[in-house]
Structure formats: C-alpha cells, structure tokens
Write a protein that binds this ligand. Structure first.
Ligand code: SF4
Length: 460
C-alpha cells in the first residue's frame, strides 16, 4: 500500500489547531483528474485537522463524496450512494456526511431535497471551508454553502497525494469556452490561471519531496495565462510554462491535460519537443468528425483545422502518442455525420479514444435540443461501430511497439495480479512486467506482447 504523503505548504498560514484528532474519514471521488486533485486537497485538510483515512463508508466518522455531473449516470450513482449512507447514518447518527464537487455546485437544492440527512453540501469553489462547515453542522445542523466564485486556489490548501512519486499540479481552473454539451463552465466558472512563479515553486517543492512526474491540470491548458499579465503587458503562455517546469531538477516526466484543439499551436508543440522531461503524449479531444456537428457543439474548429493541428504535432514531436474524446449521437447527428467521424478516426489513427454517447446535461444548450435527440438504440449501434474501428487502431498501434526497448516508470503492483508490476511508458502506454518494483522506479524494458489496452514487457 503506497503511503500517501501529507504536505504542509510552508506558505500556508496554519489554519487552526487539529480538532478531530484520531477521527477517521473516507473520500469517494467521481469524475475527472480535477476532482481527483480536489479530493487530495480535502484529504490534506482532514489530516491537518488530525483525521486518519480509512477505506470504507462504514468505518469512517466522516464521509466526503466528491461528485461529478458530466454525464447523467453520475447523478444517478450519487443518489444511490446517498441512499446507502442514510442507513449507515441511521445506525450511527454521529457519522458526518459531506457532498461536494460539481453535482453539488450545480444541484445544491436538489441534493438537499433528495438527501436531507447530508450534513454539509459545498461546491467546487469553497473547498477551504469544509472544516468550518463541519463545525457549523455539528453545532447547528445541516448546512449548504455554495460559492459562485473561487474563494482560494486549490494549490493554497494542504495536499495528501495518492502517489508519492507522481503529482497533479493545478495551473488553471475554470473554462471560458461554451461547448454546448458541457456543464463544466457552469460548475467550475471562468478561467483563472495561477502565476507561473507559484507553479514552478510548487513543482520545486514536489521535486525536493521525491516527486519525479508531474501532470499540469487545467480545463483548457492552451489558454493558460490569458487572464494574467506580467509587468502590466505581456502574458505568460503555456509553452513558456512547460519549458520552465522542464528546468526543475529531479522532474523527469511532465504531462498535461486538457489542451483544446482550437488553441493548440506550434509554440506548444515545439516546447514539448525541445523540453526533455515533457512526455510524447497528447490528449486532443476531437468530439466529432463532422464539421457541421462541431459547429453545433461550438467547438471553435472544423475537421480540417483539427487534422492540420494533429499533423503539425506529429511532425514536430517524434513518436507522439495521441488520445482523444468522441461523442456519438449528438443532437441532430445524421448517419452521414457519423460516417465522417469513422473516416476521421480511421485517418487520425488515435492510440486511444474515450468514447461516449451523448448525455443531455440540464443547464447546457444541447440539452434543450430535444426534438433532435438521436434515438438511444441508434446511438448505441453507432457507438459499437466506433468502438470496433478504434479497437483496430489501438491493437495495431500497440502491436507496432513489439520489440521496442523503452523506459517505464513503475506505479505499483497490478490490480489483477500482484506478482506483476504496472508501469507506464513516456507516451502513456501501460506495460505490465513480471516482478515487484517500488512505485517511482525507472527501468528499461523490451516490449514482448501487445494487447488492446496494455503491453507486456520484460526488464532488460
Ligand atoms: S473546452 Fe468545452 S468541453 Fe472542455 S471544459 Fe471547456 S466547455 Fe467543457
């Protein structure tokens, strides 16, 4: 079991004396990396308050559910969990239940109405308030507090990282885009970038603490710095930040997520190619292969522009692995539109694709286009066809790795077989190797077998 690390940020004023010494907590996180990292901050606050982590709802004094609202089933799962927690709370009235994250930010009143037994409901902008709100709930009863604007950058809070050798680093929160299917701007707010110096100092602290890999987090990293001005005029840009983080001693791997194709330019591709630590991995969400559908999605690019950015990245960065996101069944999508998506996927040869069926999110423009919703069985049939085309690509591109000698970073024992270690290449491929290697160990392996979603290797 990897020993998580509690980092007391030296710049952070001590908030308060621990008041919950020895109490236990359990954190359940749904959704994206942003939520994973917010949960590390909540865990940091809990442990700074004297609490200890446990691994299930039943044995925890405090339960925090960090919610997602990106797709319908995320909501359904939340209320399923809250129903189960009601029984536990009935048995142990002192148990504290907290609901945070994007679903709480968006549906605070619905959460309160459907789960009145929840003690604290807070959003994505006021993580720093969680301990005060727990005090309030214990004194005065259930409380809901949602901030419409960011109160403090997550990076200002203590963190308890899941992995000792690898860390998320928030560079920007929020998104200024208006993709018609996406609820993120409504729950995460406008883009706010951290100052480059703060980010570099955090990475230096992480490196001093033994971290060798950092993942820079933002909803749209390519517009990083757009809201900042240095010496009153010039704005920092993402390419520059990549180079500066790449100079930090001890950091051997840099990843980032997510870039937006409309803003992905040559300066970032050059910074990736010219900065040794930046990994040859790019996540470039396509969403649809039909320019007509992309326009309806307000994505801000068409297929030609997307493919030209992809071609530019592959030309500048050798051995680049590319992953993407695709939505099937967007309102109004015709069979012809979908065929275009299949054509682009065949042409682009993505190493990996995260494929989803359109899920109407209340509060988004696309959710109002009810008359043009694609029949569920039609969407499912298209989804299956897309899965087939992408699987062929993934298998073929993984097979092309056979015989290659590559550097991998150990992440820990494989979940399925503890005699096998899970490791990852620079371009993001999972490689299982026999034996046990401490997380954070670099080693060279030869790729001996290839499957759809992973490779098998043997240490050289
Ligand atoms: S770029 Fe679009 S899809 Fe991505 S978070 Fe922003 S609004 Fe959502």
């Amino acid at each position: 079991m990897v020993q998580p690390v509690l980092i007391a940020d030296p710049t952070r004023k001590e908030r308060r004396r621990p008041t919950r010494q020895g109490k236990t907590y359990f954190l359940r996180t749904f959704g994206c990396q942003m939520n994973e990292h917010d949960s590390e901050r909540i865990a940091g606050l809990f442990e700074a308050d004297g609490m200890l982590p446990v691994s299930d709802y039943a044995s925890a004094d405090v339960v925090f559910i960090n919610t997602c609202t990106i797709r319908e089933n995320a909501d359904n799962r939340l209320y399923g969990h809250l129903g189960h927690l009601k029984q536990l709370k009935d048995e142990l009235p002192g148990k504290v239940l907290i609901v945070g994250g994007c679903a709480a930010q968006k549906d605070r009143d619905i959460v309160r109405r459907r789960a009145p037994w929840v003690d604290v409901v807070l959003g994505t902008h006021n993580l720093d308030r969680v301990l005060d709100l727990m005090d309030h709930a214990q004194e005065w009863g259930p409380i809901t507090e949602i901030a419409e604007e960011l109160q403090s950058m997550p990076s200002d809070l203590p963190v308890r990282r899941e992995l000792a050798h690898s860390a998320w680093v928030t560079i920007q929160v929020g998104c200024n885009n208006t993709c018609t299917f996406c609820i993120v701007p409504a729950v995460r707010g406008v883009e706010i970038s951290r100052r480059p110096g703060d980010i570099v100092r955090e990475v230096e602290r992480l490196a001093a603490d033994g971290v060798v890999e950092v993942t820079l987090l933002g909803q749209n990293v390519n517009t990083y710095g757009r809201d900042l001005a240095i010496d009153g005029r010039r704005r920092p840009v993402f390419a520059e930040l990549l180079r500066r983080v790449g100079e930090v001693e001890g950091i051997r791997r840099i990843r980032f997520t997510s870039p937006h194709p409309a803003d992905f330019r040559e300066d970032v591709a050059l910074a990736m190619a010219e900065t040794d630590a930046v990994c040859e991995q790019l996540h470039l969400p396509l969403q649809s292969g039909s320019s007509r559908v992309l326009a309806r999605m307000h994505r801000g690019y068409n297929v030609e522009r997307y493919l030209s950015r992809l071609e530019m990245a592959r030309r500048i960065i050798p051995d680049l692995a590319v992953s993407t996101d695709i939505i099937v069944g967007f309102p109004g999508e015709t069979e012809e539109d979908f065929e275009m998506t299949l054509d682009v996927v065949r042409e682009a040869r993505f190493d990996q694709a995260f494929m989803f069926q359109f899920s109407p999110r209340p509060g988004t423009e696309a959710a109002l286009q009810v008359d043009e919703f694609v029949e569920p069985e039609v969407a499912q049939e298209r989804f299956n066809r897309l899965l087939e085309v992408q699987s062929e690509n993934s298998v073929a591109l993984n097979r092309a790795q056979l015989g290659r000698r590559v550097e991998v970073l150990a992440e820990g024992p494989s979940k399925k077989d503890r005699t096998v270690a899970t490791t990852r290449t620079r371009d993001g491929r999972v490689v299982h190797i026999p034996g046990a290697y401490p997380p954070g160990t670099f080693l060279d392996v030869e790729i001996t077998q290839a499957a759809k979603h992973h490779l098998i290797g043997s240490p050289i």
